[in-house]
Write a protein that binds this ligand. Sequence first.
Ligand code: ZN
Length: 134
Amino acid sequence: MQKIEHIGIAVKNLQESNSLFEKLLGRSHYKTEKVASEHVETSFFRTGQSKIELLQATHPDSAIAKYIEKYGEGVHHVAFAVTDIYAEMERLRKEGFRILNETPKKGADNKLVCFVHPKSANGVLVELCQEISD
Ligand code: ZN
């Protein structure tokens, strides 16, 4: 795995959190994007080599809605950049990690993504993401 690509933060109100993080980071978000399949709207900030991803649920069935119901707002996942997501998934499976996706799926910000179950990673929901080259 390479650098921390981004940290995902679950928020209740994307607009309010955009303002908050703009003040915190001293810069504006550079994009917002809806991921229909995940029922979330996201917003991205650059922080050096990494990013902050704010996630707001767009549907009560969204994993983000459930997360906030259970834990409140806060750090939801840590995403690592990988160059070969299939190889990395295979490697982690062999190491005994529970991968939440059979195959990688299309995530926000032009990425192929998959998740490692927090129960197999000390309570941390880990995302692997690979840039989709076009
Ligand atoms: Zn993410």
